[in-house]
Ligand binder design. Structure first.
Ligand SMILES: Cc1cc2nc3c(=O)[nH]c(=O)nc-3n(C[C@H](O)[C@H](O)[C@H](O)COP(=O)(O)OP(=O)(O)OC[C@H]3O[C@@H](n4cnc5c(N)ncnc54)[C@H](O)[C@@H]3O)c2cc1C
Length: 620
């Protein structure tokens, strides 16, 4: 007798995407089951032991603003925290926290296991069930059938995975975990196009064999800034552990060059395409041969292990070569490798098969998120996971799905790039990808996106009211500063001179003074006795708004123009063969991507502004 169970939602994968997707669905009251090949690997960090960093910190804050879990989870389990790029403008300020990997996974597992409406199951999903063009559930290796109204695929780096360390190849997932070798065939039978990507990780070194005196130490920030807007900043002020900085050198490069033919990447054994923006050490030595050294960060994997992660030195060279080149690096001369560096290949999809809602164009009620969509990174995965989770739930509940556009969030940039552009390698988020990045800062993610989470039902009324109050306090204070004037009185000019700022020759508003880069909101308090008591985050927003007013206004104008094109929807039924004056290449691309708006059409490579004009006339 077949074993059968019924759920609203099935999530395949309990990595960074699957966890966010499943929690979103369960928290919206839907009976949800999440599968993983091993419950001990829930929210596993198989690569770098940190969350956040440039542009990735933005994604974590946006996931948090939508009601996601990653920000809260890292605030509970971080061991070092730093705000990066503080010497630059606020658009690129990014939080980055070292995680205790084991504690991170444990904490996320506890959250999943205690979430109402959520069932966690260790089992390999082998078949996708499609009924009448709709996803209707999955079959697992035991033959058990799990029926569902929607399915979310978040299989990461596990589908038909194989790991390569020199000539040694193992058919496993990361960290020696079981690969998922059956689902790919079932997805192909369902008409889903799969491709093969690869990524790599560095060796883990025993810290007892490292001479840290030969490295530069990197301390955590004091005070620590939390990731989650709901985390009490006081609760994250704790002792932190250090990271270290060291460099490769010509000896390192010589060993790598001398053995490059033994690297599966260069011997052609590796079929999958790797991320250009996360190159292996082999790639760096070959592609940047003019550089005499490459920067490496030596980072702790956790408090209860001696493993140290050598960031920047991922490799798939053989073990003997790895040991030889690691031992040329200052501080690692006597190192012992606990885990060899390796590369991993896996099946994933070309995301052009997805709508901006992350639902498959060709299969209703089937959604996808994370590395399976051709992205790379925990944060990119979590961002897609929460969107796929919310949208699968919205569709099951018969409610409108959400699409965050490029002017509203890095999540919008990420998903739009995935579903609209040709991605021939794992997609990694970068601030340079976000054309409206001055508006999409990590410090205002709650102001930009909480309403989406609240409308969906993931952000509580109380939490949302806090955001509305914050917005109102910011607006009131901006108005007050612009309409509060100080004269060129003696105590005013004495203060300005003491702060290294030019004295006033006539009156000025407090806003005009605050626009001076050398002056801060706090510093002006002696000449602003009637100021209200404001929270730090409100002061921060007020300062940024006044200091970057001109840039922000200009960017807002660009966004207004962008939104106009985004609003021009293209009917799903359009027949591009009927649009006579379209160029052949544009016709092919439009038929391939089937964009939902003129804005999206204008971003498809091969579709020119002239083609867009033709389309606009046709649609009229
Ligand atoms: C070796 C290695 C190196 C990496 N290097 C980098 C890097 O340098 N930079 C970077 O940004 N990212 C890197 N990553 C990627 C990073 O780990 C992923 O981006 C991130 O983990 C993706 O999250 P995810 O949720 O999409 O998938 P994963 O975290 O891979 O989780 C997938 C989940 O799906 C489950 N699963 C899969 N198939 C099935 C099935 N059929 N049945 C049941 N369960 C299933 C697994 O058990 C797991 O729980 C690396 C990953 C690996 C493995």
């Amino acid at each position: 007798m077949k074993f059968e169970e019924y759920y609203d939602i099935v999530v395949v994968g309990a990595g960074h995407a699957g966890c966010e997707a499943a929690l979103a669905c369960a928290r919206l009251g839907l009976e949800t089951i999440i599968f993983t090949v091993s419950v001990n690997s829930i929210a596993l960090m198989p690569c770098n032991p940190n969350i956040g960093g440039t542009s990735k910190g933005h994604l974590v804050r946006e996931v948090d603003a939508l009601g996601g879990e990653m920000g809260k989870n890292i605030d509970k389990t971080f061991i070092q925290s730093r705000m990066l790029n503080q010497s630059k403008g606020p658009a690129v300020h990014s939080l980055r926290a070292q995680a205790d990997k084991a504690e991170y996974s444990k904490a996320m597992r506890q959250t999943l296991e205690n979430e109402e409406h959520l069932t966690v199951k260790q089992a390999e999903v082998c078949r996708l069930i499609i009924e009448n063009g709709k996803a209707a559930g999955v079959e697992i290796f035991t033959g058990g059938i799990y029926h569902a109204k929607a399915v979310i695929l978040c299989t990461g780096t596990y589908l038909r995975a194989r790991c390569l360390c020199g000539e040694a190849i193992t058919y496993t997932g990361p960290n020696g975990l079981m690969a998922a070798n059956h689902l790919s065939d079932s997805l192909r039978e369902a008409g889903i196009e799969l491709t093969r990507f690869k990524t790599g990780t560095p060796a883990r070194i025993d810290k007892r064999t490292i001479d840290f005196s030969k490295m530069e130490v990197q301390h955590g920030d004091i005070p620590v800034v939390p990731f989650s807007f709901s985390t009490d900043p006081e609760s994250v002020q704790k002792e932190q552990i250090d990271c270290y900085l060291t460099y490769t050198n010509e000896k390192t490069h010589d060993i790598i060059r001398a053995n490059i033919d033994r690297s599966p990447m260069y011997s052609g054994v590796i079929e999958g395409t790797g991320p250009r923006y996360c190159p292996s050490i082999e790639d760096k030595v070959v592609r940047f041969s003019d550089k005499d050294r490459h920067q490496l960060f030596v980072e702790p994997e956790g408090l209860s292990t001696n493993e140290m992660y050598i960031s920047g030195a991922s490799s798939s060279l053989p073990e003997d070569v790895q040991l030889a080149f690691y031992r040329t690096i200052p501080g690692l001369e006597n190192c012992k490798i606990v885990r060899n560096a390796y590369a991993i290949e896996y099946d994933c999809i070309n995301p052009k098969q997805l709508n901006p809602t992350l639902e498959f164009k060709a299969i209703n009620m089937l959604f996808a998120a994370g590395q399976f969509n051709g992205s790379s990174g925990y944060e990119e995965a979590a961002a897609q996971g929460i969107i796929a989770g919310i949208n699968a739930a919205m569709k099951v509940l018969g409610r409108e799905m959400i699409v965050i556009d490029r002017s509203e969030g890095y999540i919008g940039v990420l998903i739009d790039d995935l579903v609209t552009k040709d991605n021939f390698e794992p997609y990694r988020m970068m601030t340079s990808r976000a054309e409206y990045r001055l508006l999409l800062r990590q410090d205002n993610a709650d102001l930009r996106l909480s309403h989406f989470g609240h409308e969906a039902g993931l952000v509580s009324d109380e939490a949302y009211q806090r955001v509305l109050d914050k917005k109102e306090n910011i607006e009131n204070e901006l108005y007050r500063l612009k309409n509060t004037f100080v004269g060129n009185r003696e105590e005013v000019n004495e203060l300005l001179l003491s702060l290294g700022s030019k004295p006033l020759h006539s009156g000025a508003s407090l806003a005009e003074l605050l626009a001076r880069p050398e002056l801060s909101y706090e510093a002006l308090s002696p000449i602003d006795p009637n100021r209200p008591v404001l929270k730090k985050d409100v002061m921060e927003q007020v300062e940024i708004h006044i200091r970057y007013q001109g840039y922000i206004d200009r960017q807002q104008k660009q966004v207004d123009a962008f939104k106009k094109l985004e609003k021009k929807k293209i009917p799903a039924s359009i027949d591009y063969d009927d649009v006579k004056s379209l160029r052949l290449e544009a016709r092919q691309k439009l038929k391939q991507f089937r964009p939902v708006s003129i804005g999206q059409a204008s971003r498809i490579s091969g579709v020119s502004p002239a083609d867009i004009s033709v389309l606009l006339v046709y649609l009229k």
